[in-house]
Design a binder for this molecule. Structure first.
Ligand SMILES: Nc1ncnc2c1ncn2[C@@H]1O[C@H](COP(=O)(O)OP(=O)(O)OP(=O)(O)O)[C@@H](O)[C@H]1O
Ligand SMILES: Nc1nc2c(c(=O)[nH]1)N=C(CO)CN2
Length: 161
């Protein structure tokens, strides 16, 4: 069984609908779905706030590339136009980790190299996996302790399923 942690993000159009479309795309593989967070944009900061969430998925016979392709298909279905790096997007699906897999291929970096610095990933991940570890880096809880979480606000009024 291959188990993966996926980070979902949207800051264009109907953000909640875009995150829900990703959850629906992985309906048969869902292990856990985090709460939704409203988050200030990092990287390129002059863009709208994001909604972010994390899902844990598992399936037989899907490797890291398979999870990546499945995420990209969900992005395409949400009408994502690939423009500037870190720019606004209808749906972003990042493969954060795949159990037991590391990769240094530029099109599939595992664990995702941004994970340790991104409260927008670590906060929802810890909601569903309090003992989460970024392989080769450290416990998510310890990484988060060094980060500013002021721009990460839980939206209990929004549900993904
Ligand atoms: N773990 C991964 N998950 C998703 N995409 C990855 C991963 N590792 C490498 N990539 C590659 O990153 C590219 C997509 O990048 P994208 O435009 O989503 O970047 P970004 O979301 O702007 O920035 P970041 O990757 O820092 O979050 C794709 O070509 C994809 O193959
Ligand atoms: N808050 C927030 N900011 C971002 C995000 C994101 O998911 N959340 N994704 C980006 C590109 O991957 C760029 N900036």
């Amino acid at each position: 069984m291959s188990r993966a942690v996926l980070s979902l993000g949207s800051n264009l159009g109907d953000r909640l609908a875009h995150l829900r479309s990703a959850v629906t795309a992985f309906a048969d593989e869902l292990v856990a779905v985090s709460p939704v967070y409203e988050t200030a944009a990092w990287g390129v900061t002059d863009q709208p706030d994001f909604l972010n969430a994390v899902v844990v998925v598992a399936a037989d016979g899907v490797d890291g590339w398979g999870w990546l392709r499945r995420g990209q298909a969900a992005e395409d279905a949400a009408g994502r136009v690939r423009e500037r790096r870190w720019g606004p997007r209808t749906l972003d699906v990042d493969v954060v980790t795949v159990d037991g897999v590391t990769s240094d291929h530029p099109e599939l970096l595992l664990p995702h190299p941004g994970t340790a610095e991104r409260a927008t990933v670590l906060v929802p991940w810890l909601d569903v996996e309090p003992d989460a570890v970024v392989p080769g880096v450290g416990p998510a809880r310890d990484l988060l302790a060094g980060l500013d979480t002021s721009g990460v606000r839980r939206r209990d009024d929004l549900e993904l399923r």
